[in-house]
Design a binder for this molecule. Structure first.
Ligand SMILES: Nc1ncnc2c1ncn2[C@@H]1O[C@H](COP(=O)(O)OP(=O)(O)OP(=O)(O)O)[C@@H](O)[C@H]1O
Length: 246
């Protein structure tokens, strides 16, 4: 039973008459890369707020390692689309920021930061400030800052929404590299089906509000994945067909 890192159990959230999440259940294995695709307004922010205990569920629960998710107990990390690197800190200090808050010992902090800098090829930029970086470079810092926490659960919400396709491909490969190296459990939210099939071990398809889990699709294509292979195209088409009624 406990080989699941995260269990979402019959999670329901209503705001008065507005039924947002309707009996959502799914599991995430330790170290799994789960991609969630869902229409606008299906309750992603609501899910995040439930996870971080900003709001309470109407019923059901989110469990991490068998315990109700709690940001004071569990190590949760986030990477969003908005450029959110801290402007007055260098790249290196941005990567250290969360580790300092968590009071990670200095030697451990340095080891982790060096590992991330190396994996993301940020050596040249370590003493630069965010406003000296390109958009994609800043985004790498934001992603690195989330992975460096070695989180119980890392949530990525459309982190590449604004990027052109070349940057997107590049950053998708970077995320896979970090994930493989560090074994983090990742939930990645996107509207982009191609991105979902490229990244995921499992794609969770959500419905329109009141939101239910429509289907879980396992993607076991070898990596690096080829967008043009017949198997890739078939899965992309299949998932697209499942969400046509959005
Ligand atoms: N406090 C609230 N009171 C009433 N309704 C709410 C409240 N918070 C969210 N909702 C409703 O819940 C639904 C889901 O909202 P939420 O912000 O979670 O969606 P989302 O999936 O994050 O949206 P998007 O795709 O635009 O990011 C919306 O219809 C919203 O109007």
């Amino acid at each position: 039973m406990e080989d699941y890192k995260v269990r979402v159990e019959h999670l329901t959230k209503n705001f008065g008459d507005v039924h947002v999440l309707d009996d959502i259940s799914f599991n995430i294995k330790k170290g799994e890369f789960l991609v969630v695709v869902g229409p606008t307004g299906c309750g992603k922010t609501t899910f995040l707020n439930l996870l971080t205990k900003i709001i309470d569920p109407t019923s059901g629960d989110i469990l991490i390692d068998g315990e109700s998710a709690d940001p004071r107990k569990h190590n949760l990390a986030f990477a969003f689309q908005e450029p959110s690197a801290i402007p007055w800190l260098t790249v290196e200090d941005n990567l250290k920021f969360g580790l300092k808050i968590k009071k990670i010992p200095k030697a451990e902090m340095q080891t982790r930061v060096e590992k991330i800098i190396k994996l993301l090829g940020l050596e040249k930029f370590r003493h630069q400030y965010p406003n000296q970086l390109s958009v994609s470079c800043e985004q790498r810092v934001i992603i690195g800052r989330a992975f460096v926490m070695y989180p119980d659960l890392l949530l990525m919400d459309e982190p590449y929404g604004q990027m052109d396709i070349k940057m997107r491909y590049y950053l998708e490969d970077e995320v896979i590299k970090l994930w493989k190296e560090l074994g983090s459990t990742v939930v990645f939210i996107t509207h982009n089906i191609e991105e979902a099939v490229y990244l995921a071990q499992k794609v969770l398809i959500l419905s329109n509000k009141p939101t239910t889990v429509k289907e879980e699709v396992t993607i076991d294509l070898p990596r690096p994945r080829d967008f043009t292979s017949p198997e890739f195209v078939k899965l992309r088409q299949y998932i697209t067909d499942q969400i046509k009624w959005w």
